[in-house]
Ligand binder design. Structure first.
Ligand code: BT5
Length: 243
């Protein structure tokens, strides 16, 4: 770890590093910031109660805990900053054409290599941010049905990667980006995203529709055009359609 400010907690196995982080905030003295990393998650979490496949030793399954002290606007920027941080770090390290997909997935050639889950916990009138990051690093294959939608650095490069080096680089870039948080991060996010200008399928609960993704609004919404009208989306899953 390059930055001694962060307290590192390394676990062999845990249900979810985000859940562990939440308990830590509630129980501990909160002299963070913390980085929690697990070799294996038995119930890694995605959004909406979905599972995140986290096989032992194959990826970076981690959560960062920070005292928030942020406005709503800064929370939106933070969300974009996390995916920009991971994407820039992995691009620099691997030279792979990684791209961002709203709200905060990282893809290579349309396949997901990283998912991010940001949560908050309140304690004594303070808000703590739990930033969960899952990166597929050394998997050689994925179980069905993930085999058609997921990829890893190993699959893309045929090279075994050291997750500690990746962790160290992410934390140092995260520190920089976090200290310089501004609306400019949305511009950076857009420049790393391959989705704007493309047709997408949007899934919101039971509701599915097609639209064109045109922009990211200042408030973090995905702006789409649908039947000649502009709409802002605040939640949902988006699939990019190949033109
Ligand atoms: C996410 O959710 O992409 C957020 C994932 C965050 C995982 C990290 S790991 C460390 C920290 N601790 C946790 O417990 N969580 C965080 P979502 O957009 O809902 O995507 C979930 C969907 O991605 C699943 O329903 C699967 O379809 C797919 N998926 C599951 N495991 C995957 C994997 N390892 N690689 C790629 N896709 C996966």
């Amino acid at each position: 770890m390059p930055d001694s400010n962060y307290k590192l907690i390394q676990l062999e196995e845990v249900d979810s590093t985000n859940e562990y982080a939440k308990k830590l905030v509630v129980q501990e003295d909160n002299r963070g910031p913390y980085v929690i990393i697990a070799d294996h998650q038995t119930r890694g979490k995605g959004r909406l109660g979905r599972l995140w496949e986290s096989p032992r030793g194959m990826g970076l399954w981690m959560s960062i805990i920070l005292k928030s002290g942020r406005s709503h606007e800064e929370m939106v920027w933070t969300n974009f900053m996390v995916s920009v941080t991971v994407c820039e770090t992995l691009r620099e390290l691997t030279r792979l054409p990684l791209e961002l997909k709203w709200p905060n997935d990282i893809l290579i050639n349309g396949k997901k290599i990283c998912g991010i889950l940001m949560e908050t916990v309140n304690k004594n009138r303070e808000v703590f941010l739990i930033i969960g990051i899952g990166i597929n690093i050394n998997q050689q294959n994925f179980p069905e049905p993930l085999d058609s939608t997921a990829t890893s650095l190993f699959i893309e490069t045929q090279t075994v990667w050291d997750r500690w080096i990746i962790l160290a680089k992410i934390i140092s870039r995260f520190d920089d980006n976090n200290a310089n948080l501004s609306p400019e991060i949305i511009t950076r996010w857009k420049s790393l995203s391959g989705m704007l200008g493309h047709r997408v399928t949007v899934v919101q609960g039971n509701h599915t529709f097609e639209a064109i993704a045109t922009d990211i609004a200042k408030d973090g919404a995905l702006v789409v055009e649908r039947n000649g009208r502009t709409e802002k989306l605040y939640a949902g899953d988006v699939h990019i359609l190949v033109n």
